[in-house]
Design a protein around this ligand. Structure first.
Ligand code: SF4
Ligand code: SF4
Length: 77
């Protein structure tokens, strides 16, 4: 399953809750400073995201959006 994870960097408070919760180790903390003055989370290896949604569920600041790729069922006939 292929997923896509996006961070709204300027909402992130740098709590790091999303880092260990990712089963694929996709997330790490950036060296940058965001608008709130924190080091925001980022997708270090976005190609490994499965779209499980755990990171978005745990984020207290709703800074993460996750999309999951779906396949259209082939038309019969
Ligand atoms: S959706 Fe799942 S696999 Fe993707 S970054 Fe979040 S926790 Fe990791
Ligand atoms: S859980 Fe949310 S607020 Fe905390 S580091 Fe991750 S993205 Fe930032």
């Amino acid at each position: 399953m292929r997923g896509y994870v996006f961070f709204e960097e300027d909402r992130c408070k740098g709590c790091q809750l999303c880092v260990p919760v990712c089963p694929k180790g996709v997330i790490s903390m950036s060296d940058r400073i965001n608008a709130l003055g924190y080091h925001p989370a980022e997708a270090a290896s976005p190609q490994d995201c499965t779209g499980c949604g755990l990171c978005a569920r745990i984020c207290p600041d709703t800074a993460i959006r996750v999309y999951r790729e779906t396949r259209r069922r082939a038309e019969a006939g």
